[in-house]
Ligand binder design. Structure first.
Ligand code: GLU
Length: 510
């Protein structure tokens, strides 16, 4: 029988979720939905030293913003809870005991100082079959002494007993078969009595087993842990239900040279986090995609293609389309360059799909910031202005630069355009234009245009010069949407006022 697909996103709340972690969550989600499976959110907070307050909420909010829905887990509940590892101590204790009882693990009392001496005794020293018999542990000490020390409250750890000389096979859906000899592995610490908590390795395996995880989909940085995990499944007798491993390619710096870091983002001006993060300890602020004006659909689409492709050249895909096409067959082994400029391209695309009234709402606070009383303009006016310029923006924040003139009359005129278009005779021609405009039966673009162009032709004026001078008075520079669309939207009296202001204020230059 096919096993039900159950995947988990298992972040550690050690700070804001890195964009690579977001991609891991996304691939888990796409795979789960593709196979009508279950997406679990498990918080791996067994490392109390690295716990950061607020990080868990940040993770949950990020996933929500991106539309990555959780079926089971922290904040949702489910049949395998609790889903926060720090609340599962009793469970782990039982499994640590099982390993100890079956001689798959042992207790070690070595102090940090003793370990330091051992490490300095020879290069590449590690706690393993070649060294463990010369250390202070339950393999070298009499049982009653071990018992006594524990009763005395002596600190200890539980270590995994790794049998040397075995080829351990990891089958990975992206990387294929990876074989590692167990002799290179060390006897990893699985549990620490200090805080009565397991380490990542034990908690991760026990939980994947108990939560019936079918596929472990995670970043490539976890590949080195996989052989150890395979051995742990074996030690517990769970080999038959061991999940399928999938290690995702690294996200690389934009130039492809090394792993993407927060510093690359700071240096090149792009966020490496989904949401803005305020570090509770230092107060430092890290920028986020949401606050930079990215739409979640754009971030999802952009990230999906960093390490995967649909098998053809399709680039624009909604979440549903991604779900329909997703498979590990088209995941690359090679790292994916973080081509952040492409993220802007996706955002531009998805902004065009947002309806104009919604964009207008997002534009209002920006208008206010620039001192425009948006109450002076109807929603319809703002939406129409937005509609005319949105083809030129990558972010809502770009709207001001493109559409400010719809809300404030120019006070300055682009000197280059003045030089090129504002000849001595222009004030007279613009005065004539005012008469032509005032005489029009309608300011509708399609009706106004032939009237004005007809007048220009009748008079034998230079079309480009006159139209650009007209634009200069209304917009302040020679850019923007179709001139007659602008004047159709604007109050006719305002257009006339601007031309008059231009006549009075623009001075021809040599
Ligand atoms: N807690 C690990 C992390 O922070 C999880 C790794 C895994 O998915 O096994 O990424």
């Amino acid at each position: 029988m096919e096993r039900q697909v159950r995947v988990r996103f298992a972040p550690s709340p050690t700070g804001p979720l890195h964009i690579g972690g977001v991609r891991t969550a996304l691939y888990n989600y796409l795979f789960a939905r593709r196979h009508s499976g279950v997406m679990i959110l498990r918080i791996e907070d067994t490392d109390s030293q690295r716990f950061v307050p607020g990080a868990e909420d940040y993770i949950i909010e990020s996933l929500k913003w991106l539309g990555i829905e959780i079926d089971e887990g922290v904040g949702h509940g489910g049949p395998h809870g609790p889903y926060r590892q720090s609340e599962r101590r009793d469970i782990y204790r039982k499994y640590v005991k099982q390993l100890l009882d079956n001689d798959k693990a042992y207790i070690a009392f070595d102090t940090p100082a003793e370990l330091e001496v051992a490490r300095n005794s020879k290069p590449n020293w590690q706690y393993d079959s070649t060294t463990r018999m010369s250390m202070r542990n339950s393999l070298t000490m009499p049982a009653d002494e071990v018992k006594q020390l524990i009763e005395n409250g002596e600190k200890y750890v539980v270590r995994f007993l790794i049998e040397p000389g075995r080829d351990v096979e990891v089958n990975d859906l992206v990387r294929g078969k990876v074989i590692i000899n167990s002799s290179v592995l060390d006897d990893k610490v699985l549990y620490k009595s200090t805080d009565d908590l397991p380490t990542y390795h034990l908690a991760n395996i026990v939980d994947d087993h108990l939560m019936e995880v079918s596929h472990v989909i995670r970043g490539e940085e976890w590949l080195p842990s996989a052989p150890l995990h395979v051995l742990l499944y074996e030690a517990f007798g769970w080999t038959d239900t061991m999940p399928q491993f999938v290690h995702l390619p690294l996200l690389l710096k934009p130039d492809g040279k090394g792993k993407l870091s927060k510093r690359d983002g700071d240096r090149l001006g792009f966020p490496v986090f989904p949401l803005e993060w305020h570090d509770p300890a230092s107060g430092a602020i890290s920028s986020g995609y949401r606050e930079k004006g990215y739409l979640p659909q754009a971030v999802v689409n952009f990230l999906a293609l960093l390490g995967w492709n649909p098998g053809d050249d399709t680039e624009i895909m909604s979440m549903d389309e991604l779900i329909n096409k997703f498979s590990f067959e088209h995941c690359s082994k090679a790292g994916a360059k973080f081509a952040y400029e492409k993220g802007k391209w996706f955002n531009h695309h998805y902004l065009q799909e947002v309806d104009d009234l919604t964009l207008a709402e997002k534009f209002k606070p920006i208008l206010e910031q620039h001192g425009v009383n948006q109450a002076n303009f109807t929603d319809e006016y703002i939406a129409k202005a937005v509609a005319m310029v949105k083809g030129r923006i990558n972010f809502v924040g770009d709207l001001w630069e493109q559409a400010a003139f719809f809300f404030v009359a120019p006070t300055e005129y682009d000197p280059k355009a003045v030089k090129k278009r504002w000849s001595e005779e222009m004030p007279r021609i613009m005065t004539e234009l005012i008469d032509v405009l005032k005489g029009m039966p309608s300011w509708k673009s399609s009706e106004a245009e032939p009237i004005v162009l007809g007048w220009i032709a009748d008079k034998g004026y230079h079309l480009g010069n006159v139209m650009n001078a007209f634009r200069l008075t209304v917009v302040g520079e020679c850019k923007g949407p179709h001139m007659f669309d602008i004047t159709e939207l604007m109050d006719p009296a305002e257009t006339i006022r601007r031309i008059e202001a231009g006549i009075n204020n623009i001075k021809p230059t040599e």
